[in-house]
Design a protein around this ligand. Structure first.
Ligand SMILES: [Zn+2]
Length: 433
């Protein structure tokens, strides 16, 4: 270290000594005669050095009384605090087992009567209970950060998208969110029930984090998916300056959104495909299966795969509770074995693509919870997965040049991204005989 630097450091220390009356917390560590004055510890906006700090954790079956009573809070104040916490602005009706909370009391107060309690509601939000005077309860949030991130991966044998994403994202909630975003962008293009080993994906997305810890996916901005050798690009683009008409478009400027979703449920598996002949599991005889069965847990939302009008929301002994939606003069879809209909679903109502119309069940002739999805074209049942639907309308010509200019660097970036290989965990073999 050179002398000039040291000299500068000394000078800086003097400067702070000279401003001794300043009550503002000094954030940097000041080195003075090799004594290190640590920066003040600030947590949830409180300078902890100015309080007696205790930490505790909510135990099984605790109410707010269990939290507050040992620290000199009266039953009256506890009731007031609980009532204010339950208010919609705070939204804390009960405390959860295992949540660590902080108790702040006045320095030197041997009775440790609480002035404040800090209760983290989730990774971002926390609740401050202020018992100094009248009871004040308020919800605060830690500053949220959004960073652009990339990820890539591949689908391996006997695996799916969630499994592949699980390797890339540390947070289990983010894995689910990311799968939802990717499946959402390509819902009209790729049959996620038919992913193949060797399918690959690359994504540019926004990651939300708080204090450096990622906790949520803030949306995808562009993505690429290679499915059975075919490459699909998707770029988010606003068609107007206000950003209200925002959507995903492919590399030619065609909107990703199509007339029909590929499936009426997210994340399930096809338990029985469309076929002219199969052994019926309940009736124990060979008969045609003119639908596609998607097995999913009871209660999973079933979506209308396209805009249309409900022409039946009814029950038969074979179909169980079912909904039939007429989309246009050519296409009608039908959804069987529901445990129940979604609110407001009845004959005559208009439903939008992706709208929940009912929930997976096993009413009618069904061995387990699934939705039997039937697709009618000109009055005949067909295999929707073999049907080639009309592609979407391209972007208007006047917008195309600026769109193509906009996606050029993004596409180059995606193309240059390597695929993160799937890491197969190796079995540890003891080499010592
Ligand atoms: Zn079926």
């Amino acid at each position: 270290m050179n002398t000039i630097h040291n000299f500068g450091f000394l000078f800086l220390s003097f400067l702070f000594v000279a401003c001794g009356g300043n009550e503002e917390p000094i954030v940097e560590v000041i080195e003075k005669d090799s004594v290190i004055i640590p920066p003040p510890v600030i947590e949830y906006g409180f300078v902890l050095d100015s309080f007696q700090v205790k930490r505790d954790t909510v135990e099984d079956n605790w109410t707010m009384s269990h939290m507050f009573a040992p620290y000199g809070v009266s039953q009256w104040d506890i009731n007031v605090a609980a009532e204010r916490a339950a208010d919609s602005l705070v939204g804390l009706r009960y405390v959860k087992e295992g949540v660590p909370f902080i108790i702040l009391s006045e320095l030197g107060d041997t009775s440790e009567t609480a002035q404040y309690f800090i209760y983290p509601k989730n990774i971002v939000d926390y609740v401050i209970f202020d018992f100094r005077d009248s009871v004040v309860v308020e919800k605060q949030s830690k500053p949220n950060e959004v960073h652009e991130k990339i990820l890539s991966g591949e689908i391996i044998q006997n695996s799916n998208l969630t499994f592949a994403l699980d390797q890339q994202l540390e947070d289990i909630n983010m894995t689910g969110e990311m799968a939802e975003y990717i499946a959402g962008v390509f819902a009209w293009t790729i049959d996620f029930f038919r992913l193949h080993p060797g399918d690959e994906f690359k994504v540019i997305y926004n990651e939300k984090s708080v204090e450096g810890t990622p906790y949520a996916v803030g949306g995808i901005t562009s993505a690429w998916f290679k499915h059975q050798g075919h490459e699909f690009y998707a770029f988010q683009y606003a068609l107007d300056s206000t950003g209200t008409q925002i959507g995903f478009f492919n590399e030619e400027g065609k909107e990703m959104r199509r007339p029909f979703l590929m499936a009426p449920v997210k994340y399930s598996r096809i338990s029985s495909g469309y076929s002219g002949r199969r052994f019926h599991p309940v009736q124990k005889r060979w008969k045609a299966h003119l639908g596609t069965d998607y097995a999913a847990p009871k209660g999973t939302p079933i979506m209308s795969t396209a805009n249309g009008t409900v022409i039946a929301a009814s029950y038969t002994s074979g179909n169980g509770n079912y909904v039939k939606v007429k989309h246009d003069d050519t296409y009608t879809t039908q959804y069987l074995h529901m445990t129940g209909f979604a609110e407001g679903i009845r004959k005559g109502v208009y439903v939008e693509q992706g709208q929940t119309i009912g929930y997976v069940g096993s009413t009618g002739l069904a061995t387990g919870p699934h939705v039997c999805y039937r697709f009618w074209k000109n009055g005949k049942q067909i295999d929707h997965r073999a049907e080639k639907f009309p592609t979407s309308v391209p972007m208007v010509d006047s917008l195309l040049p600026s769109y193509m200019e906009y996606i050029k660097p993004i596409r180059a970036r995606i193309d240059s991204m390597p695929i993160t290989p799937y890491i197969v965990e190796e079995e540890v073999v003891d080499s010592v005989q």
